[in-house]
Design a protein around this ligand. Structure first.
Ligand SMILES: CC(C)(COP(=O)(O)OP(=O)(O)OC[C@H]1O[C@@H](n2cnc3c(N)ncnc32)[C@H](O)[C@@H]1OP(=O)(O)O)[C@@H](O)C(=O)NCCC(=O)NCCS
Length: 349
């Protein structure tokens, strides 16, 4: 995670909000603001994942980057990550399923291996979401943050890994969570800067995410021939603690089996699940042979769930010393380009 923190108290100095409002409505206390591009965040996460898996960059034959806030459209962020890693044996591509991107990536990566195309897939979920955060809109600017998390996928004869999955999309209502401008649509000269910011119908997204994460989890479990009682740990996409609680309640999963770290990072879209998975391992919440259910929902509107059985090893093989360069600016200085582009936050005018 990038080191610069943007706390609720910092936000109180910018917009008409309060720590109490944000905490009670979302569970978020602080989020991170990256001083480097998404590809650099991703590269550090990838190096650490490779060390943990006991692999070298030469082993990697596919890099999948799940992101909706990558460095550039061409080259893909995956291409830049390949360059940072010097992973010259790897094919590489981006995958955009917004907050469901990591789940989509797990399914794609797993099936590339099962289909015989690849042996070692490096999958990273990364976002530099602050790029699309408009601090004149208090309904969205409190929700998101930056970050990256990575995993290494490879074949196993232990009968572990992805047991079953479910992916879905409802493009009919894609507009209720969007960044309308920055693609090819629209008139560049006429574009209102705010159309390059993330906007959404919060309540509608909330309602649909609880329904879809619940339904999708059940479909994936059924395909795996398992029931909710078999789940040792549920790692949901971290968008809002109330969405997580409502989803767990709907499924009937006890709080003690739900991993939540949203307070520290906010919604980092495709990065929430790999970051949560890493922290769950570090905290000893995943044991050998555990059944882990991952479920996500996001822009598109996309959703997906993966049921996996963890292998025999829960300790990293080694640790990488890869780290980000120290930040050269304060958090507020990192946000100045947003203020210049989208407009000054209310309390700075
Ligand atoms: C965004 C969200 C937190 C808003 O919570 P909510 O309970 O639905 O709140 P509402 O939108 O109804 O707003 C209630 C009031 O709080 C106000 N408000 C909105 N943002 C605020 C903020 N940051 N600080 C203080 N007040 C705020 C609203 O203006 C509204 O005021 P009003 O009643 O005077 O009009 C919630 O809808 C949500 O989390 N939705 C899902 C968003 C999400 O996770 N998206 C990504 C999915 S991948």
């Amino acid at each position: 995670m990038p080191p610069n923190v943007l706390s609720n108290h910092d936000l109180e100095q910018l917009v008409d909000t309060s720590d109490e409002w944000i905490t009670s409505r979302t569970g978020i206390k602080e989020r991170r603001i990256s001083h480097v591009e998404a590809s650099e965040l991703a590269a550090v996460a990838c190096k650490r994942a490779l060390a943990a898996a006991g692999k070298t960059v030469e082993d990697v034959d596919l890099i999948l980057v799940a992101t909706c806030t990558g460095d550039s459209i061409i080259p893909s962020t995956a291409s830049v990550v390949q360059r940072h890693l010097k992973a010259w044996n790897a094919a590489a591509m981006d995958l955009n399923a917004a907050c469901s991107g990591f789940i989509y990536g797990m399914v794609v990566g797993t099936n590339m291996i099962r289909g015989g195309t690849n042996r070692t897939v490096l999958l990273v979920g990364v976002e530099k979401l602050h790029h699309v955060m408009d601090f004149t809109d208090r309904t969205t600017c409190v929700l998101f943050g930056d970050g990256a998390g990575a995993v290494v996928l490879e074949a196993s004869d232990e009968g572990v890994g992805v047991l079953a999955s479910d992916l879905g999309m409802d493009g009919e209502v894609g507009h209720i969570l969007e960044v309308p401008v920055d693609g090819t649509q629209g008139d560049r000269k006429m574009a209102d800067p705010r159309e390059s910011a993330i906007s959404m119908e919060g309540r509608e997204v909330f309602r649909r995410s609880v329904t879809k994460m619940g339904e999708s989890s059940m479909i994936a479990l059924e395909r795996a021939g398992l029931g909710l009682e078999d789940v040792d740990l549920l790692i949901p996409h971290q968008a809002n603690v109330r969405i997580i609680d409502a989803t767990a309640r709907r499924l009937g999963v006890d709080d003690s089996k739900v991993f939540v770290n949203i307070a520290s990072y906010g919604n980092t879209s495709a990065a929430t699940i790999p970051v949560a998975l890493t922290e769950a391992l570090e905290e000893g919440r995943i044991k050998a042979g555990d059944v882990v259910l991952l479920t996500a929902f996001g822009g598109g509107l996309s959703w997906g769930s993966v049921v996996l059985r963890w292998g025999s090893r829960v300790e990293p093989m080694a640790e990488s010393d890869a780290t980000l360069p120290p930040p050269d600016r304060t958090t507020l200085e990192l946000l100045q380009p947003n203020f210049d582009f989208f407009g000054l936050p209310e309390k700075l005018t």
